[in-house]
Design a protein around this ligand. Structure first.
Ligand code: PRX
Length: 648
């Protein structure tokens, strides 16, 4: 476990204020302990009680059946996520409450009440039905951050179609791969989206992708930018035209709790993204409760999670969790620094945001831009802050706490994954003291364990190991779409009987978890998860490249930067122009988020005698370490390392 290290100097502990604590849903360590113990001793009682706060068309016969890796939740129960997120509230005073507050990058505003959103979702559910979408069919959503993204997701879940949202920053090739794998019947996209004042040509990318796939029968296009777009009559339809022709009533389909809800692709340690499959009942129940308790969400709150709906954070904590709780959720389309680096703070003041949930990478960028920008704004509506996606360095934590939260707002550092569906490790804001850089304690029903390479629990405080989860939890992934073997191999083979997260972690004597980052070949670049193999395959698809190895290098702003070591084919010579071309090539094949920060040409890669690339060495070389640590006895040719270091 050579990557399990990490030095953390910050020892200070911060306490939530008495004012915050006295009003919080969960108010004391004793209450947390009592509920936590109950949730492990009697998961059926605990989760049954939570789930009964939601609507079920038919009650479940059994809350939990089976164990890892194949547990089932709420067996026999019938429910619907769209019903619980909308109809349930429309029947109450919340009918006229703002559900979705949206701001476009150029500055437009749209507010949809629960009643408005309910109508739009029903109309779009009817549109999907008209296009022949049936329960179980896959629908790919490739949209900017506009209300139609949430409407399309909720309409799919309303009729039992399985959505697969693809981040709008992915290229046509990445989109095609995801459509092909899910065999989607319908694609929902827009003419374009705005990012830093530029138009992202989504429809054009979609058309490129569709040249490579055959399953898509219909494309629905939202008019967002008004640009001219290529059009295929018969296949392509304008969203607004379809919406004019349908009724605004579509009953929510009662669905089995274990029926598929959505697929979301994420990177793993092979070249092919995995379609993580979540199912209805457990996901809904878990996301409902975590949103309520981790964000201490109240009816009067305005809540803003800045994630894109293309990622799991956008699914669980922009759309589903807040709406299940009847909250007002803010959605912003564009970049944090457009037109100026205070756009986020402007939005906070303008809508009176009370709860803000964002990524460490964004916080580090704000730090770089200087505190003058946030100081221009009041920010006095904020009462709780959150972070997600990567470890937060104590310096950034303290800046967030002081400059944004004015020392008044607790911070929740939430650890979880696409696969876990919802937040797994965090402090509870009214209960737990905060230790900068530590995610905190397990959420209810979550049983983490730190295992060593012999699968033994690491008992010593502060000793690193593999972070595993040893009990089933409601929102865990059920499989990898179309590849049940990969599901078992990827998550359950390393430490038999436990779910292996891919992260290293340690636990201190108070039971706080500190996440050390990935121990597999997955990078975390600016909070985006990327597989090294995906980037390597993109590189070798360029005619000049013979072989490529990609590793991460610690980066003060992005967490990790992408460094590619490349050997060239006969007839090609290293040059600045080729370096730029390879970077651009990767951005084109996968998307701009995967563009390497550095490309290093080399004559050979360090390999073991059996031909395996020794990434551990490359990571050290990329980080500029003078002395290569660890075992190099299996290295086939020692001169390779010396040459690589010289080339640095
Ligand atoms: O390495 C962990 C890191 O992000 C990975 C999961 O990435 P993804 O599936 O894209 O989901 C991100 C949003 C939930 C994890 O394996 N990670 C996530 N949250 C934290 C974190 N690392 C440290 N601290 C966190 N709070």
């Amino acid at each position: 476990m050579d990557r399990i290290e990490g030095v953390l100097k910050e020892e200070r502990v911060f306490y939530p204020s008495e004012e915050f604590r006295s009003k919080a849903h969960i108010k004391s360590e004793e209450e947390y302990q009592r509920l936590y113990e109950e949730s492990l001793k009697d998961p059926e009682g605990f989760w049954g009680r939570v789930a009964s706060e939601l609507h079920w068309f038919e009650p479940w016969q059994k809350v939990l059946e089976g164990d890892l890796p194949h547990a089932k939740w709420f067996v026999g129960g019938k429910t619907n996520l769209s019903y619980n997120a909308l109809d349930r509230h429309v029947k109450t005073w919340r009918r006229n409450k703002a559900a979705l507050v949206w701001e476009g990058e150029p500055g437009e505003e749209r507010v949809l009440t629960y009643h408005d959103l309910w109508r739009e979702v029903q109309k779009f559910a009817n549109v999907l039905k008209r296009l022949g979408v049936k329960k179980g069919d896959r629908v790919t959503i490739y949209l900017p951050m506009i209300p139609e993204a949430a409407i399309a997701m909720l309409a799919c879940t309303r009729i039992g179609a399985i959505h697969s949202v693809v981040f709008g920053g992915f290229s046509s090739g990445a989109l095609a791969e995801r459509i092909r794998d899910a065999e989607a019947k319908v694609l929902i996209t827009a003419d374009g989206g705005y990012r830093r004042g530029q138009v992202v040509p989504l429809k054009q990318n979609a058309d490129e992708a569709l040249k490579e796939v055959s399953t898509v029968e219909h494309v629905v296009v939202v008019r967002r930018t008004g640009e001219e777009v290529p059009w295929t009559p018969g296949r392509d339809h304008w969203w607004h035209e379809l919406m004019e022709a349908v009724s605004d009533r579509a009953e929510a389909e009662p669905m089995e709790a274990e029926e598929p809800l959505f697929i979301l692709y994420t990177s793993g340690s092979t070249g092919k993204p995995k379609g993580v499959l979540h199912t209805l009942g457990g996901y809904m129940t878990y996301v409902y409760l975590t949103t309520k308790l981790v964000f201490d969400l109240k009816d009067e709150d305005v809540y803003w999670c800045t994630a894109d709906v293309g990622w799991i954070t956008g699914h669980s904590y922009v759309v589903y969790g807040p709406l299940l709780n009847g909250a007002t959720t803010v959605m912003y389309e564009g970049a944090p620094n457009w037109p100026e680096p205070d756009r986020f703070w402007q939005i906070v003041d303008k809508y009176g945001v009370n709860i803000l949930y964002t990524a460490p990478t964004a916080i580090r960028a704000f730090m770089k831009w200087g505190e003058g920008w946030p100081l221009k704004h009041r920010l006095d509506s904020l009462r709780l802050l959150g972070t997600v996606g990567e470890p937060i360095n104590p310096e950034a934590w303290l800046w967030y706490y002081q400059v944004i939260g004015k020392g008044r707002c607790p911070i929740v550092d939430t650890w979880w994954q696409t696969e876990t569906g919802g937040i797994m490790i965090t402090t509870l804001p009214g209960v737990h003291p905060m230790k900068p850089g530590h995610a905190g304690k397990p959420f209810f029903g979550v049983r983490p364990e730190i295992l060593d390479s012999e699968h033994r629990p690491v008992e010593n405080p502060d000793e690193g190991g593999h972070l595993c989860i040893t009990r089933p939890w409601p929102s865990m992934l059920r499989t990898v779409w179309g590849d049940p073997d990969r599901f078992l191999q990827q998550y359950f083979s390393q430490h038999p009987g436990s779910y292996f997260t891919g992260d290293g972690a340690r636990r201190d004597k108070e039971g706080y978890y500190l996440i050390l980052g990935r121990v597999d070949d997955v990078l975390n670049v600016a909070g985006h998860r990327l597989g090294t193999m995906e980037i390597e395959s993109a590189l070798v698809s360029h005619p000049a490249v013979a072989e490529a190895a990609v590793v991460g290098r610690p980066d003060p702003l992005k967490g990790e930067a992408i460094v590619a070591f490349v050997t060239l084919k006969e007839g090609y010579a290293p040059s600045e122009a080729l370096r730029d071309e390879l970077k651009a090539h990767v951005a084109k094949v996968i998307g701009p988020i995967a563009r390497p920060d550095e490309v290093r040409f080399t004559e050979a890669l360090p390999k073991t005698r059996s031909g395996k690339i020794m990434r551990r060495l490359l990571r050290q070389i990329a980080a500029g370490e003078k002395e290569i640590k660890g075992d190099t006895s299996t290295l086939e040719d020692h001169r390779v390392v010396e040459r690589l270091k010289e080339g640095a």
